[in-house]
Design a protein around this ligand. Structure first.
Ligand code: FAD
Length: 308
C-alpha cells in the first residue's frame, strides 16, 4: 500500500523537486546507484567482475521528451561500451536499455527513433563483444517494446528483453519468447499498474512469476532470473533439475547494492550472477522504485534525512 502510494506520488513534479533537492538524498542514492559518470560505472564493473560477477549496465533516464536528449543517451551508451571493450569481458558485460530514454516516448515517430538509437547501441555492444537487454517499463509500452525487440533481433539476435510477471499478458509473452537462444529476463515488475492489466497482490505476483518461470525453463531460450527472492531462487533450482538445465543454461540477475551476500553465494556455487548497475544523474525514477519495493528502505531514507 505504502509502496503503491510512493510510486504514484513519485510521478508528481513537486515530489520529484522535494526529494531531489534534499542534499542528503545523494548519500542514500549511492546505495543503489554506482555514480554519475561512465568512469564511475566502469569502476563498479571492475570491482564486481573482479569478484566473479557478471554485469549489465543501465545509463539512468526514462520518458525522454526531447529527441536531442534521446540521441545523447544513445551516445552515452556508445562511449560506455567503448570503455568496456578495453576491459575485454566478452558476454560477462552487457547493457540494459530503457527504450523510453532513447525516444520511445516521442509521440508518433517514437518507435522509429528508439529503434534507430537502439541499433547504434547494438552496434557498439557487438564491437565490444557485449550484448544488450531491453528493460520493460509500464504496461502501455509492452507492445511497442516487443515490436522493437523483434526488429533489433534481426540484426542483433542476442538482444534480450525483460518480462514482468505481474502483467496478465506475460505468460503468453513468455511462450512467444521461449524459442532458441532467446534471452528473457523475468522480473516481478516495478511499476504501479491498474487491476485491469496486472495482479495487485504480492502472492498472486509470486505465483504468476512461477508460472512464467516454468514456461521459460521448459522452453528453448536462455532464462535470466531477475529476483532477490530466496523462494523463487530455490524454485528455479528445482525447475532446472526437472528440465535438465545445467548452470550455464540460465543465469541469475540482481540489482546493484541489493542482497550482495546472495550474489556472492550463488557465484560461489558456480552460477552466473549478473548485477544490474545503474549510473548517471537522472536517478530519481529508479531510486523511487527501489524505495517503493521495501518499507525498510523508506525508513532508511527518512533516518538519513534526519541525520541518523
Ligand atoms: P521482492 O519480493 O520484492 O524482494 C525479495 C527480497 O529481496 C526482499 O525480501 C529483500 O530482501 C530483497 N529486496 C528486493 N528489493 C529490494 C530493495 N529495493 N531494497 C532492498 N532489498 C530488496 N522491473 C521492471 O518493471 N522492469 C525491468 O526491466 C526490471 N529490470 C530488472 C532487472 C534486474 C536485474 C532486477 C533484479 C530487477 C529488475 N526489475 C525490473 C525490478 C523487479 O521488477 C522487482 O521490482 C525487484 O526485483 C524486486 O523484486 P524481487 O523479485 O527481488 O522480490
Amino acid at each position: 500500500m505504502l509502496g503503491s502510494l510512493l510510486l504514484a506520488g513519485s510521478r508528481l513534479p513537486l515530489v520529484r523537486r522535494t526529494v531531489s533537492g534534499v542534499p542528503l538524498t545523494r548519500k542514500v542514492v549511492d546505495r543503489f546507484v554506482a555514480g554519475e559518470t561512465a568512469k564511475d560505472a566502469v569502476g563498479a564493473v571492475r570491482r564486481l567482475t573482479g569478484t566473479g560477477l557478471s554485469v549489465t549496465i543501465d545509463h539512468l533516464g526514462e520518458e525522454t521528451k526531447d529527441a536531442g536528449a534521446a540521441a545523447q543517451t544513445a551516445r552515452a551508451y556508445v562511449t560506455l561500451l567503448d570503455a568496456l571493450r578495453e576491459l575485454d569481458l566478452g558476454d560477462r558485460a552487457e547493457v540494459s536499455v530503457k527504450l523510453s530514454a532513447v525516444g520511445q516516448a516521442l509521440g508518433a515517430d517514437g518507435d522509429k527513433i528508439a529503434l534507430e538509437n537502439a541499433r547504434q547501441i547494438g552496434e557498439a555492444a557487438r564491437s565490444a563483444g557485449a550484448t544488450m537487454t531491453l528493460d520493460m517499463e509500464d504496461h502501455t509500452t509492452v507492445d511497442s517494446t516487443l515490436g522493437i525487440l523483434g526488429a533489433l533481433r534481426e540484426d542483433f539476435p542476442s538482444t534480450g528483453v525483460a518480462i514482468q510477471a505481474c502483467l496478465f499478458r506475460s505468460e503468453a509473452d513468455c511462450h512467444d519468447l521461449s524459442h532458441d537462444a532467446s534471452r528473457v529476463r523475468l522480473v516481478k515488475g516495478a511499476y504501479a499498474e491498474p487491476s485491469s492489466v496486472a495482479h495487485q497482490n504480492k502472492n498472486e505476483v509470486d505465483k504468476a512469476y512461477v508460472r512464467c518461470l516454468r514456461i521459460l525453463m521448459a522452453g528453448k531460450g536462455y532464462p535470466m532470473v531477475g529476483t532477490h527472492d530466496d523462494r523463487l531462487i530455490s524454485i528455479t533450482e528445482t525447475l532446472a533439475d526437472r528440465f535438465g538445465r545445467s548452470v550455464g543454461d540460465y543465469e541469475y540477475q540482481m540489482l546493484y547494492g541489493i542482497r550482495t551476500d546472495k550474489q556472492q553465494a550463488l557465484t560461489g556455487a558456480g552460477h552466473t550472477v549478473r548485477v544490474y548497475i545503474p549510473y548517471g544523474d537522472d536517478w530519481y525514477g529508479y531510486f523511487m522504485r527501489r524505495l517503493a519495493e521495501r518499507p525498510a528502505n523508506i525508513a532508511f531514507f527518512l533516518r538519513a534525512l534526519g541525520g541518523k
